[in-house]
Design a protein around this ligand. Structure first.
Ligand code: KE4
Length: 433
């Protein structure tokens, strides 16, 4: 066991200053136990904590660091841009450049608006969908996460066909009622919601590759295609929340990989290359409803700032290099197969869901994990917690929850993959009761 005394000291100090000692809840390790590591530095596929311990990183800041940490060209571009001003609060040409790249890469986007986080992107897209359709209700899925906008912090009401109920204190019950929920891959439940709320549903919000119940597959069952057809029939907008899977599972995101065209797309994470950038975009006739073109208001002090725009531009530039995704695919496939082989060798039942370089290993005896409730009902969360901490001790940094995804970056080497597979074998043995 390596020393983590400085992280322990820092966590105690941070706990006196910040709620839970963190600025985002999942970082507090609540579901896995142990002390969150305070990071001091990161480079490529590795991060270093304040006690000098080194880890192979599969969180990548929850997705943005697809190139690897401190990627030299991105760092140089940010340094250069910062020297000419961090934020203007006025238009700059870098916004045009990044917009052109996003519109060129993401098939359904004709017009785009930059914001500062995935949450801002989804909450703005929801307001836009309501403003464009004149309808107030919308559908999301149990286990889908779209940031912390009030309308999204809602769980299924008692009985799938009733209204949503707040999933957080502070969300008014009357507002949560406008959020309808259904299980992943259950098209009959979605049909029922439309039947019971005819003409009142503005949109369906879905992560086309969900990553917040662990990675889920909504494509193989035809579910995504059925949602598209339902929205066409009912006059609702199909909104792809590609904050996590955008630029991750393909250059044009899940919509390009699956050949399904949403009406609106939400982006974040990778688009900022590690700096705060979110975006939402779609068909011109919809996006022209956004102020100052139209009546739907949305604004932001730091939206489009030159620093964040330049980090995004340099990141997307590198994603577009020939062979980038093919190399990621090969590495990710080898890693996941090696991890599953290790589980079989250790007699630990497990399955994996993977799309490109985002994946989740579920510790379960089921043949497949296909919806959010499967994770709570059929995965061994205690085992995951022991495995997670054993992997930390082995120098491998995973997301501290079975409900999250792991990410492979362009910087992960063959040696990293081999070391991770070997470490997992030892961690599985350590985690067994
Ligand atoms: P942010 O506001 O955190 O930039 O984005 C919210 C968001 C929206 N949509 C999807 C599909 C997302 O995955 C996210 C944020 N993802 C989480 C990871 N599960 C961020 C990590 C955190 O909350 O600390």
């Amino acid at each position: 066991m390596t020393s983590i005394s400085r992280s322990q000291h820092d966590f105690a100090q941070a706990g006196r200053l910040l709620p839970g000692g963190v600025n985002s809840p999942v970082r507090a390790f609540k579901s896995v136990g142990g002390t969150p590591r305070f990071f001091a530095s990161a480079s490529g596929s590795h991060v270093q904590d304040v006690d000098g311990n080194d880890y192979i990183d599969y969180v990548g800041s929850w997705g943005p660091m697809i190139l690897g940490h401190a990627q030299p060209e991105v760092v140089r571009a940010v340094q250069e841009t910062a020297a000419s001003g961090m934020s203007f609060g006025a238009p700059c040409e870098l916004e045009i450049t990044l917009a052109e790249m996003v519109i060129d890469m993401v098939p359904s986007i004709e017009v785009v608006r930059f914001v500062n986080s995935g949450t801002e992107a989804t909450m703005s897209a929801l307001r836009l969908a309501r403003g464009f359709t004149g309808r107030d209700k919308f559908i999301k899925f149990d286990g889908g996460y779209h940031g912390h906008g009030d309308g999204f912090l809602v769980k299924a009401g008692s009985g799938a066909a009733t209204f949503g109920e707040p999933d957080s204190a502070g969300v008014p019950a009357d507002y949560a009622k406008l959020t309808l929920t259904a299980p992943f891959n259950d098209i009959a439940a979605v049909e029922r919601l439309f039947a019971d709320n005819r003409g009142e549903i503005a949109a369906i919000f879905v992560e086309p590759v969900p990553g917040n119940s662990g990675v889920m597959d909504l494509y193989s069952s035809g579910f995504l295609q059925q949602l598209r057809a339902l929205c066409d029939r009912e006059g609702a907008l199909l909104v792809f929340d590609e904050v996590m899977c955008g630029f991750r599972v393909a250059p044009g995101g899940a919509q390009q990989r699956f050949g399904i065209t949403p009406d609106l797309t939400c982006l974040g994470k990778i688009i900022g290359g590690g700096l705060p950038v979110g975006a939402y975009g779609g068909r011109e006739e919809i996006m022209r409803h956004i102020s100052p073109d139209g009546p739907v208001y949305q604004a932001g002090t730091l939206s489009g700032n030159p620093l964040a725009m330049r980090a995004g531009i340099e990141t997307l530039k590198q994603l577009r290099q020939p062979g980038f995704y093919e190399a990621l695919e090969a590495k990710s496939a080898r890693l996941v197969e090696g991890l599953l082989d290790g589980c079989r060798a250790a007699g630990v039942p497990a399955v994996a869901n993977r799309f490109g370089s985002m994946f989740t290993i579920f510790f379960t005896g089921r043949d497949a994990i296909t919806c959010g409730s499967d994770v709570g009902n059929h995965c061994d969360l205690d085992f995951f917690g022991r495995y997670f901490n054993a992997m930390l001790d082995e120098g491998v940094y995973l997301a501290p929850s079975q409900y999250e995804a792991a990410f492979v970056s362009a910087a992960h080497s063959d040696a990293d993959i081999d070391a991770t597979i070997a470490a997992a074998g030892r961690a599985l043995a350590a985690a067994k009761p």
